[in-house]
Design a binder for this molecule. Structure first.
Ligand SMILES: Nc1nc2c(c(=O)[nH]1)N[C@H]1C(S)=C(S)[C@@H](COP(=O)(O)OP(=O)(O)OC[C@H]3O[C@@H](n4cnc5c(N)ncnc54)[C@H](O)[C@@H]3O)O[C@H]1N2
Ligand code: MOO
Length: 426
């Protein structure tokens, strides 16, 4: 760990800061939602089956329902001939039982009449209407979907915390659930600070830059399942910042700011919120703590709760790559906790480095990299640049190589932990 500056508090580890972030947010209250509105949300209950699937024995083929013993010796020169005593189609089980030695015309999905146990596909018959000639003998129970063979009452259909996708919704519908308890999408307000920032589409001055962070973070938040509100740029004026922040709190379950938390002269987020400054002046209740985390990029971090409702706030550094890594490591877990989805942090995978890397010890490093799998072997190539302003490299990357705090170099060919950034669900 690098020595803290004189008087400064020691750097928190990534785990310590993440634990504080997670402690600052709680899962949002759950509500029943109609199935389609639950898509992409996390279930807030263990959903158990109350009835079996299939709900009754049914034909899996169009053909004839019979008793297997009645057609056990059916063959080509010597077919079994049975009277056809009725017809059953899906949803039209007019005939519910039949006597031995008879056949019932049946369609796929039709309920098996009591007294039958096997379906002879129509391709094995003369398709007779009054009587049917069956020229092959089926296995007993063939082409019958059995009641409860898929799901038994009491089976767990969907586990609490599962993000509902099309297949889960299909299962819940098959089980007859019209609504399910889910947690709503967290509303995440993203605020960029910096007097040098300009909105895309506007004129750039000789010393200004376009605001990239609000897009970067709002998009990441939306992809994680949040409703992201990309607020315009706030200049380096603590009063303007406090006002903009106050205005946004009504629609926020989480606020994410970027920039203005360094050690410089115009660090607006820090100036406005550090040590409860805005609260003391009566402008905005709450408290935000600023400090350093042993993370590169993304060392400066702020965390607190603001407004009457104590909305959690994460203040991220302004450098775009630092903001993005901070988002990956702290903001996405916070969003997932609000949504009630586990695990909070993206799991790492292992891959072999194609090139050796050298880093400074003391902070956990997240290196932009390209991950690829060749012939079943996962490899990862670190990209050249390390500067946390290099958004070109960031966009070219699909992975981050995680280099532990105590490591200073990793040889080519060594296996490392990697975050796969384009993996949407985990
Ligand atoms: N003397 C020191 N200077 C700096 C240190 C330090 O330890 N001592 N740390 C550096 C690191 S690391 C970072 S990260 C930044 C953190 O400072 P801020 O959070 O206050 O970030 P800003 O100064 O506001 O901006 C930094 C950089 O990023 C650009 N930026 C900011 N917001 C956006 C945006 N929305 N879109 C695109 N680019 C943005 C901004 O123009 C600056 O170039 O401090 C370092 N300095
Ligand atoms: O850590 Mo700064 O956060 O490197 O860009």
């Amino acid at each position: 760990m690098p020595e803290p500056e004189h008087g400064a508090e020691p750097e928190a580890s990534v785990e310590e800061h993440l634990a504080r972030v997670l402690a600052a947010v709680s899962p949002l209250p759950a509500f029943p939602q109609p199935l389609m509105d639950a898509l992409g949300l996390a279930v807030a209950e263990d959903v158990e089956a109350t009835s079996p699937l299939p709900g009754f024995d049914a034909a899996a083929m169009d053909g004839y329902a019979v008793r297997a013993v009645d057609v056990a010796h059916a063959g080509d020169p010597d077919p079994a001939v049975l009277p056809v005593v009725g017809e059953v189609a899906a949803g039209r089980a007019t005939l519910t039982a039949t006597a031995p030695g008879t056949a019932v015309r049946i369609m796929t999905g039709g309920r098996m009449p009591v007294g039958t146990d096997t379906v002879v596909p129509q391709e094995w018959t003369d398709r007779g209407a009054a009587q049917v000639r069956i020229s092959r003998s089926p296995e007993p129970g063939q082409h019958v979907r059995l009641r409860g063979e898929d799901v038994e009452p009491g089976d767990l259909l969907v586990e609490e915390g599962t993000v509902l996708g099309p297949r889960h919704l299909g299962l819940l519908a098959a089980a007859g659930r019209a609504a399910v308890r889910v947690r709503p999408r967290p509303r995440v307000v993203v605020l960029s600070t910096g007097s040098e920032l300009r909105e895309v589409g506007s004129q750039l001055g000789h010393d200004s830059v376009f605001d990239a962070n609000s897009f970067l973070l709002a998009a990441a938040a939306r992809r994680a399942g949040a409703l992201a509100y990309r607020v315009g740029i706030v200049p380096d004026d603590p009063r303007a910042f406090t006002e903009a922040l106050s205005d946004q709190l009504v629609r926020a379950d989480l606020v994410v700011t970027t920039g203005g938390i360094g050690e410089g002269d115009h660090d607006v987020v820090k100036e406005a919120l550090e040590g409860g400054r805005a609260a003391r002046s009566g402008a905005l209740p709450g408290e935000v703590h600023f400090g350093s985390v042993a993370l590169q990029p993304g060392r400066p971090q702020g965390l607190g709760q603001v407004g009457e409702d104590r909305v959690p706030l994460l203040a991220l550094p302004g450098n775009p790559v630092a903001a993005y890594v901070s988002c990956e490591v702290f903001v996405l877990p916070a969003i997932r906790r609000l949504m009630g989805v586990v695990p909070y942090a993206r799991p790492t995978v292992r891959a072999r480095l194609t090139h050796g890397v050298q880093v400074r010890a003391g902070r956990r490093q997240y290196l932009r990299a390209e991950h690829a799998e060749e012939h079943g072997v996962a490899r990862v190539t670190p990209l050249q640049g390390r500067g946390s302003h290099l958004v070109g490299d960031l966009a070219a990357a699909n992975a981050l190589v995680v280099v532990p705090e105590e490591t200073t170099h990793v040889e080519a060919g060594q296996a490392v932990d990697v975050l796969l950034l384009d993996q949407e669900a985990w």
